[in-house]
Structures are given as structure tokens and as C-alpha cells.
Design a binder for this molecule. Sequence first.
Ligand code: MG
Length: 250
Amino acid sequence: MIRLKKPAEIDAMNEAGRVSAKALRKTGELVRPGISTLELNKFAENLIRMEGGIPAFLGYGGFTGSICSSINDQIVHGIPSSDAILQEGDIISIDTGAIVGGWVGDNAATFAVGAISPDAQRLLDVTEESLWAGIEALQVGGTLGDIGAAIQEVAEAADFGVVREYVGHGIGRAMHESPSVPNFGTRGKGPKLKAGLVIAIEPMINAGDYATKGPFEDRWTVFTADGSLSAHFEHTVALTSEGIVILTKE
Ligand code: MG
């Protein structure tokens, strides 16, 4: 069941979104060759706690990080590690989430490590563009399929693969609520979009085929099946009678 939020509840979610956004921006500013993803994790966790939040991912299903850090062909759910040292030319997807006052915020972005190839940059640009296309499709009277279709059109026009197995989600007092929000779909299909809907829209786009592999031994990290690069951008967004509110912003 989709649990719509009242205006006061959406207002209350702003702070979790703000802390999540600040953690993502400031952690992203630390991305450089030579830094480990464990260092990024420690920084983000401290920042979230200093801002009065609780890291939403820490302990979730046994996850040991406060962020997800996914490098190059890792799509999502990479576990921070002292062994994962960023190299010039890598791309890294960072996902941060915070709980404040019992409400959850969730956002992600992919960052360049030093200078990256034009092809990698194009993947980042198109994935971010697809997120905004999905957000713009969020309108009262529309359907969930409108969002996926908008994302899919942008990604596939660039010849990129839209990951199918992992999708966005409703969000509120729990990080993952109904509905699932696929990054592919058909306009006019799926549940109707109503004021009070709060969802995390999060395209995961592969430079190659959309197929995934894993997780393997670590039980978390998901990879592209063909070894191609993958990017991930995410915002927590509310639909109100007055329009869209991006909750994951400072
Ligand atoms: Mg999410």
C-alpha cells in the first residue's frame, strides 16, 4: 500500500533530506585519487551525526557502511573499504542516507576521480539528465510509468542500458516503502500519481548492457554483467498539490 504523506509530514522530511544532501555534497568534494572509500565513509558518518542525523544505511540488512560506494563497473551497494583506493580516471557512485526525527532521506550521485574519459563523462551527464527527466514526469494525474518512461528514453537515446533489477522506492519513516519506482516503463501505465507521494527516484545506467551480476562473496556489491561503467543519481522527491519538492537539497 502506498502511504501518502500529509503536508506537515513532507515538511518534517525536509531535514532528513537536507542532511542527506549535505553528506553527499561534502563527501563528493573529498573524492580524489588516493583516498579510500572507508575514509569517505568515516567523513560522511561524522557529518551526518554532527548534523543531528543517524546514518540510514548503517546496519540496514547487516550493511556495515554509512554510505554505499560503488566504483566503475560496480552499479550500487559497494561496501566502503580501506582496500578500495580511488584511482585517477575512476568514477565513483556515492549513496548517502540520513534519518532525522524518524524520517529518512536518500540521495546519490556519481563523481569523477580526477580527469575521466569523455565516454565516462557522457555517462555521468546522461544519467543525471535522466534523473531530472524522471523528476519532471512526477505530476498529479500522471502515472508511475510516466517516470520510468522518461528516464528510459533519455538513457536509451544515448545507447546506454537501464538497470532493471534495482529500482527507486517510496520513502518515509522507512527507507524502502511502496511503491517500487522502475527506471523503465510505459507512459500511462501503473499507479496514478497523487499529492502526498514521496519517492526516491534513482536511475542506475550502464554504459553497456543493462544486465547485472552479483552480489558475490560480500553479499552486497552489484556489478554490470559486461564490465562496463555504471552511474547512479538519486533524489528524494515529494509530490504536492502545488508541484514537486526536492527534499534532498540544502
Ligand atoms: Mg534509494
